[in-house]
Design a protein around this ligand. Structure first.
Ligand SMILES: O=P(O)(O)OC[C@H]1O[C@H](OP(=O)(O)OP(=O)(O)O)[C@H](O)[C@@H]1O
Ligand SMILES: Nc1ncnc2[nH]cnc12
Length: 180
């Protein structure tokens, strides 16, 4: 007699495709790499379904954060029938609404919001791959809110709770699929 097969959930699929790399991009950092997850059809589909369902108010637009948030954000937007806005690193956008600088686990950076694409009052779903210190997501929230839109939720694949990102995003709906 064979044991009944256990159902594989979307979350199992996502967890099975995450990889961690020691000492990248600098010594002491354990870097979580989503390349294998993004390259896997069922993995990307499972990730998209989970990120697209953060709970709370229905989003009207998706905001993808550079760089891996572009891939995930576009997939989520498409699955919901919504458009996507790319929040980019400094110097990449020709027409900028606003800029926000922040620190992260291994450096500092500036994010910029393109001008004229986020309707004031729109409910935005922010999408990225990793929540570490929360500096990146907090900067993206500030850009969205500074444009007069609201943050319906922030959806990310992986949360590193030791780095305090969720606390940094206090007051926002934070939806993460896995913690490590
Ligand atoms: O919560 P935080 O401490 O802010 O870290 C999370 C951010 O760090 C990574 O991006 P990174 O800045 O390495 O840029 P990239 O995606 O453009 O490579 C990751 O994709 C998140 O955006
Ligand atoms: N440890 C980590 N792995 C992947 N992305 C990150 N962004 C910030 N910290 C990270």
């Amino acid at each position: 007699m064979t044991a009944p097969e256990e159902a594989t959930t979307d979350l199992d699929v996502v967890a099975g495709l995450l990889r961690d790399v020691p000492d990248f991009p600098s010594p002491g950092i354990r870097f979580w790499d989503l390349s294998a997850l993004l390259a896997d059809g069922p993995g990307l589909a499972a990730t998209t379904r989970l990120l697209a369902a953060p709970g709370g108010p229905a989003p009207e637009i998706v905001v993808g954060i550079e760089a891996r948030g572009f891939l995930l954000g576009a997939a989520v937007a498409h699955s919901l029938g919504l458009g996507v806005v790319a929040v980019r690193k400094k110097g990449k956008l020709p027409i900028v609404a606003a800029s926000e600088s922040y620190d992260l686990e291994y450096g500092s950076a500036t994010l910029e919001l393109p001008a004229g694409v986020l309707r004031p009052g729109a409910r935005a779903l922010l999408v990225d791959d990793v929540l570490a210190t929360g500096g990146t997501a907090a900067a993206a929230c500030a850009l969205v809110e500074g444009a007069g839109a609201t943050v319906a939720a922030v959806s990310m694949v992986l949360e590193l709770p030791a780095l305090g990102g969720r606390e940094r995003l206090d007051g926002h709906r934070v939806h993460t699929l896995l913690t490590r």
